[in-house]
Ligand binder design. Structure first.
Ligand code: FAD
Length: 401
């Protein structure tokens, strides 16, 4: 039977960052990945905090030189008003910019980087079963129709929407957020390109609590998606229903009277999920396997890489014989950051955050603190919205309105 000290399920940003970090710490791992790369995944707007992660796994220069679309902030559009967030105004020290990436290219680049480090990735290999024991874990995967097994001491589940361990161990929980869906594609439209800020992720705030994201890419195509209550969306993705859904946002009717599809539209219904716990005795779940909140604020890849790197560091310590308090050092830490984003997502939908973004009497310090969160620096205890996030936003919305 094949053996590896750590077995990682999934070769997305979470799995690859975990493998790279383990390698740096002298621990050998193998990644088992269901797809062959390049493969499409949604989640194209990165946050500056991601640049710290890329640096930590030795991939920063690679990504900086790849020609991805430069990103320096976020633009929110409400009727004829614009609110811009510029990451260079953030209160936390760190990167002021990042990139918007086609994940087919970005994820392949990171996977190649990891392979060059000497880490084995089995592509086209879907994990089907896991047997958890005290000292050895047996993972069964299928490749080209045949079953194979790998023995490892520890498992990192980075299977994202595949949610391998949450399904096998019955850990899936409903998210506390309202069920929302997203309908998206990549298009080319000169009119839309001229309307947006190409160095930002752009959001148009629509009626019925809907919003549209527009993420510009270096080749002048854009990722465009509508997010809203699941009840407003059809059951199947088709070009005709996609256009109809986009046109619920009045600005887009004229802006997108003609456009060219780069790929067929895709639909994800009820994207938010959660799990009852993040770890077990000899396994940890990282990235989207645990939680996904909402595309607003682009937190997904940042959380995936933060958790992949932290999960790997703690696994390495445990494998070297140290005691790890997974509840505090992993789940507690990750949940702290997720809670800051979750509060922002909830305040977005109650309208509090939108009031703050568009308020004319914003102080410089308020702007800097909010900017830090939107840049992904959600563990900076110096930021009052990290420490007292629940009360902070409500009170601030009242104050500015
Ligand atoms: P993934 O990138 O999903 O990688 C998991 C890997 O595991 C996949 O390659 C998959 O093939 C593999 N896998 C699955 N099952 C198995 C199996 N059984 N065996 C082996 N391998 C398996 N995030 C952002 O940062 N910015 C955004 O703008 C953004 N927009 C989003 C918009 C929408 C509509 C949604 C739903 C999400 C968005 N996200 C965004 C979130 C982002 O998609 C994820 O957070 C991110 O991809 C998580 O990375 P990951 O490595 O955990 O999982």
């Amino acid at each position: 039977m094949e053996k590896s000290e750590v077995l990682i399920i999934g070769g997305g940003p979470a799995g690859c960052s975990a493998a790279a970090k383990l390698h740096q710490l002298g621990i050998e791992s193998t990644i088992v990945e269901r797809c062959t790369f390049p493969r499409f995944v949604i989640g194209e707007s990165l946050l500056p905090r991601c640049m710290d992660h890329l640096e930590a796994i030795g991939a920063l220069e690679l990504v900086e030189q790849a020609g991805f679309q430069f990103k320096n902030g976020a633009r929110f559009i409400l009727d004829d008003k614009i609110a811009d967030i510029d990451f260079s105004e953030k209160s936390t020290q760190g990167f002021d910019s990042t990139f918007q990436v086609k994940r087919t290219e970005f994820d392949t680049m990171i996977a190649d980087h990891v392979q060059k480090m000497g880490i084995d990735i089995h592509f086209n290999a879907g994990v089907e079963a896991v047997e958890l024991k005290e000292d050895t874990q047996i993972t069964t995967y299928r490749k080209n129709g045949e079953q194979h097994q790998i023995e490892s001491k520890f498992i990192i589940d980075a299977s994202g929407y595949g949610r391998v361990l949450p399904r096998l161990l019955d850990l899936i929980e409903e998210s506390s957020l309202d069920p929302k869906s997203a309908y998206f594609t990549h298009i080319k439209s000169e009119k839309l390109w001229n309307y947006i800020d190409e160095q930002k992720v752009n959001y148009i705030i629509g009626p019925l609590n809907q919003y549209v994201w527009i993420i510009p890419f270096a080749d002048k195509s854009v990722s465009i998606g509508v997010v809203g209550d699941s009840s407003l969306f059809p059951d199947q993705a088709e070009e005709s229903t996609f256009k109809k859904t986009l046109y619920m946002v009045p600005e887009l009717v004229e802006l997108l009277d003609t456009f060219e599809y780069v790929m067929p539209p895709k639909l994800i219904k009820g994207f938010s999920t959660s799990v009852s716990k993040y770890y077990g005795e000899n396994y940890v779940m990282v990235g989207n396997t645990t939680e996904f909140l909402d595309p607003i604020f682009s937190s997904g890849v940042t959380i995936a890489m933060e958790s992949g790197i932290l999960g790997a560091k703690l696994a390495a310590r445990q494998l070297k014989g140290e005691t790890v308090d997974w509840k505090i050092e992993y789940e507690g830490y990750m949940k702290k950051g997720v809670a800051v984003f979750q509060n922002f997502v909830e305040s977005w939908y109650t309208g509090d955050l939108i009031k703050i973004f568009f308020a004319e009497n914003q102080t410089d310090s308020l702007k800097r603190y909010i900017c830090s969160i939107l840049a992904g620096y959600v563990w900076d205890e110096e930021n009052p919205f990290v420490k007292k996030h629940q009360r902070g936003l409500q009170a601030m919305a009242k104050l500015v309105s």
